[in-house]
Design a protein around this ligand. Structure first.
Ligand code: SF4
Length: 160
C-alpha cells in the first residue's frame, strides 16, 4: 500500500514557561538527553509503511534544542519522498548558524511563534523577545527559508 504519512514529532523543551501555556513542555534541561534517547528508541519500535510526505517538529520549542538531536531523529526515517519539513521556533532562539543547519538538514518551512508585536503583551506573557528581535530574526530566516508562517495568539484572558 502506498500510504502517505504526515509525521508529527513533539519536542517538549522550552527556555522558559509562558504564562498561558497548557502544552506538555518543560524547562528542565537535565532530562533532555534521556528524553531523546527514549524518543529514538520509541521511533525504532514503530513499524510504519508508506511514504513520509511531511514532517512537523512541534513543541515545546524545537528550535531551543540542539540541531544534533534533530539530525539524529531525521536519520531514523526515510525522508526521500518528503515535500515539507517544518520546525516550530521562538524568535529569540534563532541565529544564522542554526538557520543554516536547519536548511542543510532539509527543513524548508519555519513556523515562527510571534504571538503579538506588542512588547508589553510579550513581556506579560513571559515571552523572551521583543518586536526588534522578531524583525531581525525574521529577515535572517528569509535568507534560508521562503516558507515562513507566524503564529499569533488570540483571546488571552485579561490581556488580548
Ligand atoms: S514556548 Fe510554547 S510550549 Fe513553550 S512554554 Fe511557551 S507556549 Fe508553552
Amino acid at each position: 500500500m502506498n500510504t502517505e504519512i504526515g509525521l508529527y514529532i513533539h519536542i517538549p523543551f522550552c527556555k522558559s514557561k509562558c504564562l498561558y501555556c497548557d502544552y506538555p513542555s518543560t524547562t528542565n534541561n537535565r532530562i533532555q538527553d534521556k528524553y531523546f534517547d527514549y524518543l529514538l528508541k520509541e521511533i525504532d519500535l514503530v513499524n510504519y509503511s508508506g511514504k513520509i510526505k511531511t514532517v512537523f517538529l512541534g513543541g515545546g520549542t524545537p528550535s531551543y534544542v540542539g540541531v544534533k538531536q534533530i539530525d539524529k531523529i531525521f536519520r531514523r526515517f526515510d525522508l526521500s519522498n518528503v515535500s515539507e519539513i517544518t520546525i516550530e521556533s521562538n524568535p529569540e532562539t534563532l541565529n544564522e548558524e542554526k538557520l543554516h543547519e536547519y536548511f542543510s538538514l532539509g527543513i524548508n518551512r519555519l513556523s515562527l511563534g510571534v504571538q503579538t508585536f506588542d512588547n508589553s503583551i510579550l513581556n506579560a506573557m513571559n515571552r523572551l523577545y521583543d518586536n526588534e528581535i522578531i524583525e531581525r530574526n525574521y529577515y535572517l530566516a528569509r535568507r534560508y527559508f521562503s516558507n515562513i508562517n507566524f503564529d499569533f495568539i488570540l483571546g488571552l484572558p485579561g490581556i488580548i
